[in-house]
Design a protein. Sequence first.
Length: 170
Amino acid sequence: MNIRDTLLEAHSKTQTEKVVAYVGDDPRRFAELMKLMLGPVYRLSQRAAGPVSYCIQRHPDLVTPYWAELVDQLERDDAHIAVRRNVARLLQFVDIPKRHQGRIFDACYKLFANPAQPIAVRCFSMTVAVNIARDQPELIDELRLVVGEHLETSSAGLRSRARRLLGLGS
């Protein structure tokens, strides 16, 4: 399979599943997929982001060589929203190494605190930040404060996630 051509054929769940099944746990195929997601072609970045997320969800070890690139995508203002959303999504399913936790926490904190971000990005980012802060009561308190400030004007999805993760809202 040519991953690039398959991604360009159509943007659908079926195509995503084809790519994810083809990549499996093969690091070389995953590297090809990551190159497309991180590359300059807007449409390929967008369409590769979903399969990257699902591959890592199924095979978390695939993420190991790509931590710095993934954090960069969270921090970039010009990253395609699908890339940012799927990077935040996949970070929910992996153990984040200590050396990357600070940058990832900061990036996720900024994303969920920004009402201009799409709901999915904000929800996934909140989950990642809470996962990193679990053993640090002062960070959890800070998250409760910031998330609580946004609850009244938030979507039902964001309120539900805040309630589930931080015991906030009603």
